[in-house]
Design a binder for this molecule. Sequence first.
Ligand code: SAM
Length: 277
Amino acid sequence: MRAAVYLVATPIGNLEDITLRAIRTLRECDLIACEDTRHTRKLLNRYEIQKPLISCHEHNEHERANQIIERVQSGQAVAIVSDAGLPGISDPGYRVVQAAIAAGVRVIPIPGPSAVDTAVVASGLPTDSFLYAGFLPAKSGQRIKALDALAAEKATLVFYEAPHRLLRALADAQSVLGNRQAVVARELTKTHEEFLRGTLAEIHADLAARESVRGEIVLLIAGTDDAPAVDPEVPLSARVEQLVAEGASPMDAVKTAAKEYGVSKRKAYNLVEQEKS
Ligand code: SAM
């Protein structure tokens, strides 16, 4: 097997979701670098693969990267796997790839499942363009800022979310983005796989009525569908003034202008304040 760093996708739930090429790579490589050796050992046992393992997780990826590159430079094939899905997608892998490229070492992706695209394709939300934004920040203030920065995005928004934060994330998303269509994809490829589709408020109400929210979760939110039918010469604050002059309340004027300009209400308020000064 040629010396290289192999990025090997592994199942995100159902252990049958692994490609023949991934199995062959794991069987033929010299070393497997994995997030959690016990977790990966279970997968390898299932396919009767015995290989030396080393850990490569978020706390040691930096130093491991150099060791992995040295191994490849000495002629070895090193497979990188994470606990689930594609290494490098909200998982270790990026630093090893960077180090490999810097050292002129070949990187070979072995594609397979990832929760992002698995959720997108079955969500029913537009798939022609989607923006994967990783995990939303855990703190509400930062989460609101992150959502606000995506408010004008037309592409379907995709996030990974922890179950205990999901209700708060749904509530923040509704307050920042409005009550958009959304999907919660839970436990993909597993026995209790579930898709909750509806508005952010409907999904929130459904989940809030449950005893608890559990499992692994992908949250998808429709992008903004408001074509900015605005005159680029007219600043947002002028449009707000115009709407007020036409009889709208200042609050409704900001809301309408925010929609027309494809920005969140909060951003519209800030723009009005900035443009005033
Ligand atoms: N590398 C992985 C990938 O390619 O999808 C993602 C790893 S990230 C640390 C783990 C997060 O991915 C989970 O917290 C969850 O948000 C999402 N995820 C992973 N497996 C999932 C599944 N079976 N169903 C729903 N979401 C999943």
